[in-house]
Design a protein around this ligand. Structure first.
Ligand code: ZN
Length: 420
């Protein structure tokens, strides 16, 4: 009890410290990358007032009430957006996914998620699209509220709650069939799928996550799960409520059904063909290649990073290349949780290593993700009137992408969380 009281006092202290932030900030970096223009602007400054960006440009006046932040040598850019996180998972080389879902108490998972949220924010990722709690129920909705209420530091969250899988398709599996095993997502099919979508939205889901394919039995390759008609009905229910839909799909057929059903983004897509990516382009579906997840799992299986890369890494790179060749809009999301929270920049680095120009990857990780997730009118670029989600990194990440890891300054909604 005593310990709990102490924690609450600390939280209140930090919340009141945040409330004491000045009314206006003038950020003076070496250059500004606005999230839209791939070219950084030397000598620009950014003026923030309250929770919004007030002005950006070469000759912004310093108001008398503004606190000037000297960011010499640094690049200011919009807060990065993580397109595919699982704050309720931690790296599989620490604990297997099965053991996290089956053996870790919800309170343990939630406590760990608060630490993951802080690490994410301090890595410069001011927003996450968290694509499923993987067995932790609706705890993402509560975590999001704790961040919004200033109880703990963390990114803005777009949450998917439990996510949706076809009956029998997901895991953990491989147990006696007569025993009910807790699952990493909610099972629903047919008309019940629409009911489950609506229930999840009512309980807090900002985005609906569907598994279009999965391994039906352990060791078996991925095969389609939902029919196109099932997914179309789910998408219709989600869209009519103003929510977007993300589809986990690895197989070409799972991807094809998800595209035709009208989903907004496709996650993974390792077996995507040129034909399927062409279809994605035609239907305006964004692609989230999760290169960092394949890379991490390959390392857990013993890969030391030398070429030739193992097949799962080569497959992910190949799909990424096909998608780029087809002109598909890219989401940036690493499936972080499979690897450590705070290492989110890994996905951006791997996209660049696989051939995407650094500036393009940074546009994708800011205004691109914001547009794909239908939040670009609120944040994602350094545009007057938008929420002041702003970071600064040492050096120029458009010249050397690894600079995105050298985060020196983090502001979310006009509140400063890290400062040089
Ligand atoms: Zn995932």
């Amino acid at each position: 009890m005593l310990r709990l009281t102490a924690v609450i006092c600390l939280a209140l202290l930090s919340a009141s410290a945040l409330a004491a932030d000045p009314a206006a900030w003038l950020l003076k970096p070496a250059r500004v990358f606005d999230g839209v223009d791939p070219k950084p602007h030397e000598g620009w400054t950014v003026l923030v007032r309250g929770d919004k960006i007030e002005a950006v440009g070469p000759s912004v006046q310093t108001p008398a009430d503004a606190t000037v932040v000297d960011l010499a040598g640094k690049t200011v850019l919009p807060g990065l957006i993580e397109g595919h996180s699982h704050l309720f998972l931690h790296p599989y080389n620490e604990t297997s996914w099965d053991d996290q879902v089956l053996h870790e108490p919800l309170a343990l998972r939630t406590a760990r998620a608060t630490v993951a949220a802080k690490a994410t924010l301090l890595a410069g990722f001011t927003t996450v699209r968290d694509l499923g709690t993987e067995g932790a129920g609706y705890a993402d909705v509560g975590l999001k509220q704790a961040i919004e209420q200033g109880i703990i530091p963390g990114p803005r969250m777009l949450v998917a709650t439990r996510a949706l899988v076809a009956t029998g398709a997901y895991g953990p599996k491989g147990f006696e069939a007569n025993v009910a095993i807790p699952q990493g997502a909610e099972e629903a099919d047919g008309a019940n799928l629409v009911t489950a979508v609506r229930h999840q939205m009512g309980a807090g889901a900002d985005v609906v996550k569907l598994y279009a394919d999965y391994h039906w039995r352990p060791g078996e390759p991925s095969r389609p799960t939902f029919s196109e008609a099932e997914m179309r009905a789910a998408v219709e229910a989600a869209h009519s409520a103003g929510r977007t839909v993300a589809a986990h799909a690895n197989t070409a057929e799972g991807m094809r059904r998800a595209i035709l059903a009208g989903v907004d983004t496709i996650e993974h897509g390792g077996e995507g063909t040129a034909e399927v990516f062409k279809l994605m382009k035609e239907h305006g579906v964004c692609y989230c290649p999760t290169l960092a997840a394949s890379d991490a799992v390959a390392h857990y299986k013993g890969w030391n990073g030398t070429e030739p890369a193992p097949s799962m890494v080569a497959e992910a790179r190949k799909a990424f290349g096909l998608a780029r060749a087809a002109g598909v809009n890219m989401c940036v999301g690493g499936d972080v949780g499979v690897f450590a929270h705070g290492e989110n920049a890994r996905e951006i680095e791997l996209m660049v290593a696989a051939g995407m120009p650094a500036a393009q990857a940074l546009v994708a990780a800011t205004s691109g993700n914001a547009r794909a997730f239908h939040v670009g009118d609120r944040f994602g670029s350094l545009t007057p009137g938008l929420l002041a989600d702003v970071i600064a990194v040492e050096g120029d990440p458009t010249r050397d992408i690894h600079a995105v890891r050298a985060v020196q300054f983090v502001m979310k909604g006009g509140k400063v969380y890290a400062k040089p």
